[in-house]
Design a protein around this ligand. Structure first.
Ligand code: GRF
Length: 200
């Protein structure tokens, strides 16, 4: 299967996918990496792996809708079967989701539906939960609300700060992402009444 990945930052999730995809048995190859900003480590990781990249910034367009359409066009040119948002810090819009209906997944560093949005690890720490984790879900129009593909749990330690907690989450998140994107690539997924199962 052909996988497109969108990033906004360090790209450690992307790196985990690139490393897994180096083995043909994985069943997925990363065909393009897109970003909404330049000069990020995620793009450098794609370059080093020989994967084509592009940057489509919101500021280059007259509206968010035009940006969304342009982003969808750039991604569609690579004919992906799956689009992975891996630390992509923009909400993709209706045009994008319509183009890749049911094939866009995102990873969120909390156990959905708890702590949606951009500060999941900090919110979990502030709430005082004893376990948190990461969620892989099929993107819908809401913020971190889509049908859940997989979740992974990590403990919150008494000594954690936001950084140490997010690092622990990211370790588990990368393993979850690699395992489940591989299965999606090899088996496909079916969504019935919000429930996701592997297979067509
Ligand atoms: C991940 O924890 C992702 O879930 C969150 O931001 C982090 C991105 O990390 N939205 P990286 O860029 O893949 O290293």
């Amino acid at each position: 299967a052909r996988v497109a990945v969108l990033v906004s930052g360090a790209g450690t999730n992307l790196q985990a996918l690139l490393d897994a995809a180096a083995d043909p048995a994985y069943g997925a190859s990363v065909v393009v990496v897109g970003a909404d900003r330049d000069d990020i480590e995620g793009l450098a990781r794609a370059d080093r792996a020989g994967v084509p990249t592009f940057v489509t910034k919101v500021g280059q367009f007259s509206s968010r809708e035009h940006w969304d359409l342009a982003l969808a066009d750039r991604v569609a040119a690579f004919e992906p079967d799956v689009v992975v948002l891996a630390g992509f810090m923009k909400l993709v819009g209706p045009a994008f989701l319509e183009r890749f209906e049911g094939r866009v997944v995102n990873t969120h560093p909390a156990l959905c539906p708890s702590f949606p949005g951009t500060t999941g690890p900090a919110d979990a720490l502030a709430y005082g939960v004893k376990v948190t984790g990461a969620t892989l879900f099929v993107v819908d129009a809401g913020v971190d609300t889509g049908p859940i593909v997989a979740q992974t749990v990590v403990p919150v330690e008494d000594t954690d700060d936001v950084e140490s907690l997010h690092e622990r989450i990211k370790g588990a998140e990368r393993r979850m992402l690699v395992e489940n994107v591989g299965r999606m690539a090899r088996e496909g997924i079916t969504i019935t009444n919000r429930k996701v199962r592997f297979g067509l």
